[in-house]
Design a protein around this ligand. Structure first.
Ligand SMILES: [Zn+2]
Length: 262
């Protein structure tokens, strides 16, 4: 059995000094690939450095919508981005390292944390998708309170494969994203949130992926999450789809394999 975590933040400071153990735990649960996502200039550099530690770790470099604007969400445990990101400079850096990365993300739009720069967020998002098209890398999308707007932009711009991470859109938007052929990555928080259970019941198994968003999105309240927990999500998907854990794991691995091929 091969499991995958397509989205997590192992460069978060809670994992300092614990990465070796986190990798051991993941391997014990048959996790064969962990995509570590960057969110800004500094974290992208940290991610590239971190993934050298083990073949299991893969880099996904990103530009988080709030970081692109130089706005801080408060202390997150990830490197701060106090100024606007110079997108062209960051694109140059990512392109130079494109053979070392499997995806672009996380990227997207977030109208929850920022109420005043929606047009600028959209412009940035378009530019980043166009860049991903140019270097032929799949994209991993964060969206909060901007699910419809994100799908509009993706539909117009994206020529690469799309994964919506921890998608909180309503049924109508889930249906639209299914029809667009997008993947949905589901976190272990599915144990607590009806939203993700509903999503899994709607989305064909061929469009599901697993993630942890570690250290966030834990299956239990107030606990830190880690990539080994993708097994929790696989078990829950098996229950909802009424299939075996092996059947779910095999198909999700196939989905991952086709997601990362341009
Ligand atoms: Zn994330």
């Amino acid at each position: 059995m091969k499991l995958v975590d397509v989205h997590c933040h192992l460069n978060h400071k809670v994992f300092e000094g614990k990465i070796d153990q986190i990798i051991i735990n993941a391997k014990q649960n048959n996790v064969k690939a962990i995509l570590v996502s960057g969110v800004n200039s500094k974290s992208n550099r940290e991610v590239l450095e971190l993934v050298k530690k083990d073949d299991l770790l893969k880099a996904s470099l990103g530009i988080y919508p709030i970081d692109a604007l130089g706005l801080a969400e408060g202390e997150t445990g990830l490197p701060r981005q106090p100024e606007k990101i110079d997108l062209d400079e960051e694109f140059k850096f990512i392109e130079k390292n494109k053979d070392k990365i499997v995806a672009i993300g996380e990227i997207g739009m977030d109208f929850h944390w920022d109420k005043d720069h929606h047009q600028e967020q959209e412009n940035n998002f378009r530019k980043i998708i166009q860049f991903a098209n140019k270097i032929c890398k799949p994209i991993i999308i964060h969206t909060r309170n901007a699910e419809k707007e994100c799908l509009d932009v993706l539909e117009q711009e994206s020529k690469v494969k799309v994964c919506l991470h921890s998608f909180s859109g309503n049924k109508k938007l889930i249906k639209r994203a299914i029809e667009l052929g997008y993947y949905f990555s589901v976190p272990p928080k599915i144990m607590l949130l009806e939203q993700f259970q509903m999503l899994v019941s709607m989305v064909p198994l061929t469009q599901l992926l697993t993630e942890t968003d570690a250290p966030w999105m834990s299956p239990e309240r107030d606990l830190f999450n880690e990539p080994a927990n993708v097994l929790v999500t696989i078990k829950k998907i098996a229950e909802i789809k009424n299939l075996t854990i092996e059947e779910i794991a095999d198909q999700v691995w196939k989905n991952y394999s086709s997601f990362i091929i341009p």
